[in-house]
Design a protein around this ligand. Structure first.
Ligand SMILES: [Zn+2]
Ligand SMILES: [Zn+2]
Ligand SMILES: [Zn+2]
Length: 128
């Protein structure tokens, strides 16, 4: 039996893995943030978390369920109206943490993981 076939074809630009936070080609800046999600009575969570674990972490605060479920952001007294569960992590990253994602190959920075992902595919298609 031979398994010496070459690398898979790089054609799936939109095939974005869901475990993207484990991608070693991605750096977030800042790397860590203090979670300011209101855990009740105006008390912020206060946990120091990795920005790449943000979506995992806020699940503990009830940010889970169907992607179109509307959830109120309570990060640092946020006054926005409820938004979709699938948008809320991006909202926290962009508005509250102001995280930038950096390409580990050329240090270009992006405010969205998806933008960085397509940059990596376009500019560095032979990421190993
Ligand atoms: Zn928290
Ligand atoms: Zn907010
Ligand atoms: Zn790059």
């Amino acid at each position: 039996m031979s398994l010496d076939h070459s690398l898979p074809v790089q054609g799936h630009l939109f095939d974005i893995p869901t475990d993207f936070h484990n991608d070693p080609t991605v750096y977030a800046s800042p790397e860590r943030t203090i979670c300011l999600w209101d855990v009740g009575g105006g008390i912020p969570c206060g946990t120091c978390i990795s920005v790449l674990d943000l979506s995992k972490h806020v699940r503990m605060h009830g940010v889970k369920g169907p992607g179109d479920l509307e959830i109120q952001c309570t990060w640092d007294g946020c006054a926005r109206s409820p938004m979709k569960r699938e948008s809320i992590v991006r909202h926290i990253e962009e508005v509250h943490v102001q995280v930038k994602y950096r390409c580990s190959q050329c240090w270009a920075s992006f405010s969205r993981k998806h933008t960085l992902r397509s940059h990596i595919f376009k500019a560095h298609s032979h990421v190993s």
